[in-house]
Design a binder for this molecule. Structure first.
Ligand SMILES: Cc1cc2nc3c(=O)[nH]c(=O)nc-3n(C[C@H](O)[C@H](O)[C@H](O)COP(=O)(O)OP(=O)(O)OC[C@H]3O[C@@H](n4cnc5c(N)ncnc54)[C@H](O)[C@@H]3O)c2cc1C
Length: 387
């Protein structure tokens, strides 16, 4: 399925909008859909052309699935051929441990994100793709916000709305000209690397399995998504990456060291990288501006919490926007800070703990031995991360 813009840039600039949503990942698409369902004039702007590849492990945890079901989008995943996840296998220096999974689905971001945007368009949101948005800084408090549009490196007009949502992912590029939304990047943050390939040999990584190859300098996750596609996503230390010939070399070194199966397709793939992933925006709200999803913050590892956070934040912000349209004040900003903390920051205890554990080879070795002997020990952790 491919998407086309539902209006052109000129038409978008000539209209007045209640809300402009920047970025059509899960946070932006869900927010735009929920706003359009409330009959608000909503413009969703995306810089890429959908479907687009995005570095991601592509695993939706049970919390993400429940959230989608709550807003009536549960059937979307089944109809798209999302693969039910049954097992999580970790491998380190040839040692393996496997834990059964209490739920979860794997689906490529090309398919998943495109379906979410289509659902926003179906709900009545206007959609403008291949257009990069930059929020104009405004020192004084105004009753609207202005966003500049850019097409192929050239200014293509500006649009205004009473409220703007920045859902533009890691590094929130749309806020590059706005003061006061600095991000704190963890000094030891890893970078994300990803690729997807059609696999001929399907037995090493069967459907339903998440395979995680662990190394002191990072880890590589592999999962089958719909069709014959194998998705690969990795978190790799920046120093280790510098010593390697490139992202593909780093990934292959980690797979080899863990004694994970290598597939011939892996060397040919087109690997993509991300900014350092562990970061947060110190204050993800401003006058007539909400910041959500990865734009507000993200933390490795990839336990399926990223998309769950993005979806639930998209849902939560759509409930606050009507109040902001009537009257914007600091009490509303506080409400968003509280919601953001409850939906993301406050839930990260186990992720932080796991991220630390994965950095210690000795702990990983002992952890795998224990989980191999007593698989029941891992269940509460997996269940906690999944919900
Ligand atoms: C290696 C790796 C593995 C991961 N694995 C998983 C996993 O298995 N499960 C999981 O749940 N999460 C995972 N995540 C996290 C997940 O990918 C993110 O948390 C999720 O995509 C956040 O959604 P979002 O909508 O906030 O941002 P994004 O999905 O990043 O979407 C942002 C969108 O904004 C667009 N954009 C950016 N700038 C502009 C601009 N100026 N104007 C217009 N559009 C713009 C981008 O093109 C993009 O489409 C992983 C992340 C990484 C790095």
């Amino acid at each position: 399925m491919t998407l086309t813009s539902s209006l052109n840039r000129e038409t978008a600039c000539g209209q007045s909008w209640d809300v402009i949503v920047i970025g059509a990942g899960p946070a932006g698409a869900v927010a735009a859909r929920q706003l359009a369902l409330q009959k608000l004039r909503t413009l969703l702007i995306e810089r890429k052309t959908f479907p687009r590849y995005k570095v991601c492990g592509c695993c939706l945890n049970q919390r993400a699935i429940n959230a989608l079901q709550q807003i009536g989008l549960g059937q979307l995943l089944e109809s798209a051929g999302a693969v039910p996840l049954t097992q999580f296998r970790m491998q380190y220096q040839g040692r393996k441990a496997a834990v059964s999974l209490p739920g979860g689905l794997a689906i490529s971001r090309e398919v998943f994100d495109t379906l979410l945007v289509q659902s926003a368009i179906d709900a009545g949101a206007a959609y403008l793709q291949e257009t990069s948005a930059t929020i104009v800084d405004s020192a004084e408090k105004r009753s609207s916000r202005t966003v500049e549009l850019n097409f192929q490196g050239h200014t293509a007009g500006s649009v205004s709305a009473k409220i703007v949502l920045a859902a533009d992912g890691l590094g929130h590029p749309s806020l590059q000209n706005c003061a006061g939304f600095d991000m704190q990047v963890a000094s030891d943050s890893r970078i994300g690397v990803g690729a997807a390939f059609v696999v001929k040999n399907q037995s090493s990584y069967p459907a339903g399995l998440i395979h995680m190859a662990i190394h002191k300098s990072g880890y590589v996750g592999l999962v089958r998504v719909e069709g014959d596609l194998l998705n690969l996503a990795a978190a790799i230390d920046r120093d280790f990456m510098k010593q390697c010939a490139g992202p593909a070399d780093a990934v292959l070194q980690i797979l080899r060291a863990s004694e994970s199966p290598l597939l011939p397709e892996m060397t040919e793939s087109n690997f993509k990288g991300t900014l350092p992933v562990t970061r947060k925006t110190l204050r993800p709200v401003g006058n007539r501006l909400f910041i959500l999803g990865d734009a507000a913050g993200y933390l490795e590892p990839f336990t399926g919490e990223g998309m769950a956070n993005a979806i639930t934040e998209g849902m939560a912000v759509a409930q606050l926007v009507p109040q902001g349209l009537r009257h914007w004040d600091s009490a509303l900003e506080q409400k968003w800070l509280k919601a953001h903390y409850a939906l993301t920051e406050g839930r990260l205890f186990w992720c932080r703990w796991l991220a630390r554990l994965l950095r210690s080879p000795a702990a990983v070795g002992w952890g795998l031995r224990l989980f191999h002997l007593f698989p029941g020990m891992a269940r509460p952790i997996v269940a906690r991360l999944n919900h």
